[in-house]
Design a protein. Structure first.
Length: 312
């Protein structure tokens, strides 16, 4: 009998966690000779999420991992993958924006042995703010131009993977994680399923525009060194421009004297060059900070409780 593990990161999801469990129970009848395990990962929730996980773990098909604090969704996904024991492993959101009904088709594709992963991408962004959709599309265009690792536009974390691919993903133990890039970087044959955007079943999204912006910066730093090259090119360019300006000033002084007018434009130029310098320092600082976090070798997450501890 094959087993499918469902990894479900949760942060303040008390409104939807039971709804998710009920939806999974509905689709089980579509599978023959397949068992399920649901692994909820509590990412430091401050509501009743952990309490509900404890209740659901009374069922044989439910397990949970609870962090000592909020470590972020990336850490939650990694912890769930580590805890999974299935022949196939899926990562899903608890808010039902990842339709459990797609699992049947995903499983059949993997059973054909033609693919190692079945991933999902949204073809519409229905229900999402226009500005947020605009910047999301802009981000995918930028990241795919500056990175050798392909990041598919509209890609979700929702995917079903073989055990071999999961083990490959787990072998990458970097602290600063961007799973969409990691899934692509490890390779393997991936089938993409497209579906229209589904709104949350209940509750509110935990991803603000600012959090998504910072997350996008982390992905760029993790999978591209082009920003460092841009900083170097800008340095060379401004050295060249400065040399031209010096020649121009010398020639003008020799031909027309040294007028004192023009200081406002000079101040503007100084501010502009100063801004470029700070931008370049900021780019290098981002890479340095990520290196600093990596070399400290801190754990990706810390577990405070699992269903085994509750039983004992």
């Amino acid at each position: 009998m094959k087993k499918i593990s469902l990894v479900v990161p949760c942060y303040n999801e008390q409104e939807v966690i039971k709804l998710f469990y009920d939806e999974v129970q509905k689709i089980k009848k579509d599978f023959k000779n397949v068992s399920f395990e649901i692994i909820f990962v509590n990412d430091g929730s401050k509501d009743r999420t952990l309490e509900l996980m404890r209740e659901l773990s009374k069922n044989d098909d439910v397990r949970y991992v609870s962090f000592s604090r909020n470590f972020g969704k990336e850490a939650a996904m990694y912890a769930g993958l580590e805890a999974s024991t299935g022949d196939y492993v899926a990562i899903m959101d608890a808010d039902l924006q990842d339709p459990p009904a797609l699992l049947k088709e995903m499983y059949e594709i993997l059973e054909s042995k033609e693919y190692d992963s079945v991933a999902t991408r949204r073809v519409t962004r229905k229900g999402e703010p226009v500005i947020r959709s605009f910047f999301a599309r802009l981000y995918y265009k930028i990241i795919n131009k500056i990175s050798k690792t392909e990041i598919v536009d509209g890609a979700r974390d929702f995917r079903l993977m073989t055990r071999q691919m999961v083990d490959s993903v787990l072998s990458l133990k970097e602290y600063n994680r961007f799973s969409k890039g990691i899934f692509s970087w490890v390779g393997y044959r991936t089938k993409w399923l497209e579906y229209e955007n589904v709104e949350r079943a209940a509750g509110e999204t935990k991803w603000s525009f600012w959090k998504l912006f910072l997350y996008s910066l982390e992905s760029i730093v993790a999978f591209s060194t082009v920003p460092l090259s841009i900083a170097s090119v800008m340095g060379i360019l401004f050295c060249f421009v400065a040399f031209i300006i010096i020649i121009f000033i010398i020639v003008r002084t020799l031909m027309f004297g040294d007028p004192t007018s023009g200081w406002p434009s000079m101040v503007c130029i100084m501010f502009f060059i100063g801004g470029v310098q700070l931008l370049c320092l900021g780019i290098m600082g981002q890479y340095l900070s990520k290196t600093y976090l990596e070399v400290k070798k801190r754990p990706i997450y810390i577990v405070a409780e699992t269903e085994k501890d509750k039983i004992n």
